[in-house]
Every structure is written in C-alpha cells, then in structure tokens.
Design a protein around this ligand. Structure first.
Ligand code: FES
Length: 392
C-alpha cells in the first residue's frame, strides 16, 4: 500500500475538504472521489509472454509510492475497454523482496480483460489498481519449515511468489510443488521454476503432471484426482511430513486435494486454498439475524454504510445480490470476482440477515459474527437491514 509523505498532507487535506463538503450535494462527484481513493494508477513497464496464451505484466505506481504486498496476494485491476470499466483480480507472481510488482494474466475464452491484456495492452499504458489484497498468503509461522503446494495452470501465479518467499526467507525451509498442466507448452514460468530448482537443489522439489501429453512416469500423466493423490501419498510424499499445504486451481482439484490431505492426516487448519472460479454453491449462511420470520415483502430497503456515509438501496429479495443493487444505485462498493471467491466485497450485516449463495472466502467464525460477501448476499427475514463496509 502506498505511504503518505509530508508533501502530500496539504493536497490530501484539500481532497478531504472537497470530499466531505460535496458528498450530500453531488453523489456522482463523491463516488468519483471515493473511487480515486481506492484505485491507484500503475504503469506497465514490461510485458513478458509466458506461454502462447499468457503474459506477465511488470507494474509501477505512477505516483512513485510503494505498493507493498505479501507473497500470495492479488491485485484488482481496472481499465476501460470499449467504453466500459472492466475489473478483474490477478495474483502477483513476483517476490515481495526485490522483484517489483508483477501479475500474470492467462487469456480465457470470452475473457474481456484477459484478452485485452494479452492482445492489446502495451508497455507504457496505465491500469488502475486497488492495493494488494488476499488471505492466500505465505505461512510465516516460525514452526513452519516444510511447505507443500498443488497448482494447476495459472494457479501457479500466487504459488510462485510464495515459493520464492519461502526459499529466500530461510536457509532451511523446503518446498515441494506438484504442478498440473495440459502439456509442456502450457507450463507457465517453466524456465523460472527450473532456475529456482537449480539454485535450491536440496530444498525445492517440483513434480510436473500433464493431462494431455504422455510422460515417462504414468503416475504423473492425467488428472490430479483423489485416486492419483492417494497413489502419490503412498509412494512419493508423506503429507504428515509437511507443515502447510497451498492449493490453487479449479474447484474439483482443490476439493480432491483437501479431502486427500485430510485423509492422510493433515489438519484442515494447515491447508490454504484459492479457487480460480466457483462452479456451484459451496455453502449457504444466514447471519446477524434479528428475526427468522417469513419475508413479507418482495423488496426491502438495505442501508449500505460505506466510508462513513449511509445510503439506502432497494433490494429485491429473490433478485440480484445486494452488491448488484448497490452498484445499480451508483455506490462505489468494493468488488472484484463477483463469484464468492476473492473476498473483496466482505462486509458485515450489523442489522437484519442475509443469505449467501456461495462462500469460498469467509471463515466460519467470520460468518458467525455477521460478515458476508455482498456479491452473494440476499436479504432474508425482517429488517431493518444494515450492511456495513466500514467494519474491519
Ligand atoms: S467480489 Fe469477490 S467475493 Fe464478492
């Protein structure tokens, strides 16, 4: 995140004055200013092609401020494409120590942002970015010395940052990586991973699995499902020798890895995961309930508290999410994936209840304490409903 230097105090004071004075009279201006306070402008200083369908971008804040991050975090990037703002989250693949700020973007079918980044973006162009976020980060507990990871495709992006951090922050920590791809050509960061292996021969192990290309060892040819994981755990590694496991890839792989690691004795507390996308509801939660009575109206008012200001929006109980209703009303509520994965829209129901369609981001104790993902939330029961984005 950017630091605040003395030279910026006066302009900031001026900004604050305009912001507070203008809010009630000019919601459009207030939304613009609020957005400006969250997004910063980054310049693309290098574009490196990683595979035929992926690039990595080296980014530098235009203001010169430092964008500190923890290995494993992501950036929410925003730019205008064909006249519309498009925002997406991309994981940082660089080391937080000395490699600058680099994200990797794999082109996906009909992916507006990823296609733009892979085909049109040029060195010197600028993108807007929220500060680095995310909880899928390197385990820094002092007793953690043996790290294990399973990644698929571009799921390697945050894992690469974590690998580099683990290997450079300690002389004794080990890292074992299982990396699944379709074929050799689709392996992202192939050379960089090989170089890391050369430098840390004793401490870094990597096993490449290919799903659409034959390999010498049959065990590493095909999907990484429960059956294959069982064979790997019986013949290649023993999960009980590891202190933490990081999982990043599609949902079926994550679920298979989680259950297999648990079956082989690894505590769920030591398994960290990040999904690419969600494909089905994982859980439904009801929070901060003041009443569980049957809903009586089709539409209800939800008070949205954001940056110290409360705005009431009308939300259909069985319609769009509360986040969508807030965006439709012109509020600049934080969001990124809109799929219940990234946690950018985390907020708290301080009154009333909301049910979530999907929750891949919040911990059970957060849900118990009333936190919800606005992009997945719908009001349930009776109000008053208050959704607070200012709660830490
Ligand atoms: S916007 Fe990503 S979880 Fe809601």
């Amino acid at each position: 995140m950017s630091g605040i230097h003395a030279s910026k105090i006066l302009p900031l004071a001026f900004f604050y004055l305009i912001y507070t004075k203008s809010f009630t009279r000019n919601p459009r201006l207030s939304n613009y200013l609020r957005a400006m306070s969250k997004f910063q402008t980054l310049r693309v200083t290098e574009i490196r092609r990683e595979t035929a369908d992926s690039v990595s971008l080296l980014l530098e804040p235009v203001s010169g401020d430092v964008f500190n991050f923890v290995a494993g975090q992501y950036l929410t990037l925003r730019t205008k494409i064909d006249g519309e703002y498009v925002r997406r989250s991309y994981s940082i693949c660089s080391s937080p120590r000395n490699e600058g700020l680099r994200v990797a973007i794999k082109e996906v079918p009909v992916g507006t942002f990823s296609t733009f980044a892979n085909r049109k973006l040029q060195v010197g162009d600028t993108l807007e970015s929220m500060p680095p976020e995310g909880r899928f980060t390197v385990d820094t507990r002092s007793e953690t010395s043996n790290h294990l990871a399973f990644a698929a495709g571009s799921g390697i992006t945050p894992i690469l940052s974590i690998v580099k951090e683990v290997l450079t922050s300690s002389d004794t920590a080990t890292f074992t990586l299982f990396y699944v791809n379709k074929n050799t050509q689709s392996i992202m960061f192939k050379d960089e991973l090989a170089d890391l292996k050369d430098v840390h021969l004793e401490r870094f192990q990597i096993f490449n699995l290919l799903t659409r290309e034959p390999v010498d060892v049959e065990l590493f040819s095909g999907r990484l499902d429960s059956a294959r994981l069982t064979r790997i755990f019986e013949s290649v590694i023993d999960p009980s020798n590891f202190d933490v496991a990081y999982l990043c890839g599609p949902e079926p792989m994550i679920m298979d890895c989680k259950s297999s690691l648990s079956n082989f004795g690894m505590s769920e507390d030591n398994i960290k995961f990040e999904l690419f996308t969600s494909s089905a509801p994982a859980s439904a939660s009801v929070t901060s309930s003041t009443s569980t009575s049957t809903p009586s109206e089709d539409k209800v008012d939800v008070a949205i508290r954001l940056d110290g200001v409360t705005t009431t929006v009308s939300v259909k109980r069985d319609g769009k999410s509360i986040l969508s209703a807030a965006l439709d009303a012109g509020l600049d509520v934080p969001f990124s994936c809109q799929g219940g994965v990234c946690c950018t829209c985390r907020c708290k129901m301080t009154s009333g209840a909301a049910s979530m369609e999907i929750n891949f981001a919040l911990e059970p104790d957060e849900v118990e304490n009333g936190y919800v993902l606005a992009c997945q939330s719908h009001p349930v029961g009776d109000g008053p409903f208050v959704m607070d984005f200012d709660k830490p």
